[in-house]
Design a protein around this ligand. Structure first.
Ligand code: AHM
Ligand code: MG
Length: 340
């Protein structure tokens, strides 16, 4: 680096430029997926701003509980849902959206749109009030129904292996967007003063093993025998327990450092809590692209057959060796049950 360069360090690659470069790798790409990813980035910047201001809105009621249009202030998860849906509707590439916040499919009116999106607009939203990291999770599929018509349930309930892209935004000590289009995982950090995401974590590879396990042990009374034994194994290995209770934050930490996140089925909630379409599949796609693994304890998450928009499924996700170990404990439990 010469003296002139040292005076002003380069800022690096913006998300926009990165998406554009990637598109050039596909000679027949029309740019619609690239545009869609940019729509997500734009909406997430707006949501980031709203999250950062949320403390202020509560304190002393500086903004009151009505906005300038006289509408009542909504909870942030509702606001985030509106922001993402609006951005995707305006973008024009998406015919149908399914959202954790909406019971039914949302038709955007863009019948020519080639894509459908599944989104959890603000995951871990109970953590907003206490300043803990939260996130947005999204997943993109190519529609299977013909263009020119509204998207169908079949479009929205494809197995995870059909995802074209998936990503998340973590609103943490810094805001980051991490995504894959099936060709590795890249992470971008938001620089608020410039209003841009910059490539900060190229080609993320998750460690094959780690020393962190993340599970809500407060519910261990309801764990199966195999699950109890696996958690005991984690303790024997001197793993650290780390559970923020905000999936994106727990997942992101384990992705970078190695570890396993688990939301098992229990006697209280047999299918766990997390949603296949909005939470498990997108993160499973990302973790696999980073060299990790995700399963429901017995089967690969991405191959689970969706039967309902909001279906829940147990999830064991993270470093490959740790997920495989958990599966071993659960398989042993099944064998014992069969023998009895
Ligand atoms: P949400 O979609 O209602 O926000 O719930 C999902 C969240 C995850 O972020 C988190 O990992 C999990 O719920 C925590 O659940 P629990 O409190 O049962 O451990
Ligand atoms: Mg959620």
């Amino acid at each position: 680096m010469d003296n002139h360069d040292k005076l002003a360090l380069p800022v690096g690659t913006t998300l926009d430029r990165f998406i554009m470069r990637k598109q050039e790798d596909f000679p027949y790409a029309t740019g619609e997926l690239s545009q869609l990813l940019r729509d997500f980035a734009l909406a997430s910047k707006i949501v980031n701003r709203e999250i950062n201001r949320s403390g202020l809105i509560d304190v002393a009621g500086a903004y009151g509980n009505r906005n300038v249009q006289g509408e009542e202030q909504q909870k942030l998860d509702v606001i985030a849902n509106i922001r993402f849906i609006r951005a995707l509707r305006n973008g024009g590439e998406v015919c149908t959206i399914i959202s954790e916040e909406d019971e039914e499919m949302i038709q955007t009116g863009n019948v020519q749109g080639k894509y459908v999106v599944a989104i959890d607009p603000l995951d871990g939203s109970s953590n907003i009030d206490v300043n803990v990291s939260i996130g947005t999770i999204f997943s993109i599929y190519r529609r299977v129904s013909p263009t020119g018509t509204e998207g169908t349930a079949q479009d929205c309930m494809q197995t995870g292996t059909h995802q074209v892209a998936a990503g998340y935004v973590i609103y943490g000590s810094s805001t980051m967007m991490v995504y894959t289009t099936g060709n590795g995982v890249n992470g971008f950090t938001y620089e608020p003063s410039l209003g841009e995401f910059f490539l900060s974590h190229p080609n993320i590879q998750t460690p094959a093993t780690g020393s962190v396990y993340s599970v809500n042990e407060g519910t261990s009374e309801y764990f199966s025998e195999g699950m109890k034994k696996y958690v005991a194994h984690c303790k024997e290995q001197n793993y650290s327990a780390r559970y923020i209770g905000s999936l994106v934050a727990d997942f992101h930490r384990n992705l970078l450092k190695g570890g396993i996140y688990m939301y098992p089925g229990t006697s209280k909630v047999p299918n766990g809590k997390l949603r296949l379409m909005y939470e498990c599949n997108p993160l499973a796609f990302i973790v696999e692209q980073a060299g990790g693994k995700s399963s429901n304890g017995h089967r690969r998450t991405l191959e689970l057959e969706p039967t309902e928009l909001h279906q829940r499924c147990p999830v064991f996700i993270g470093s490959t060796e740790m997920v495989e170990k958990a599966e071993e404990f659960l398989a042993a439990e099944m064998k014992t049950a069969e023998a009895e």
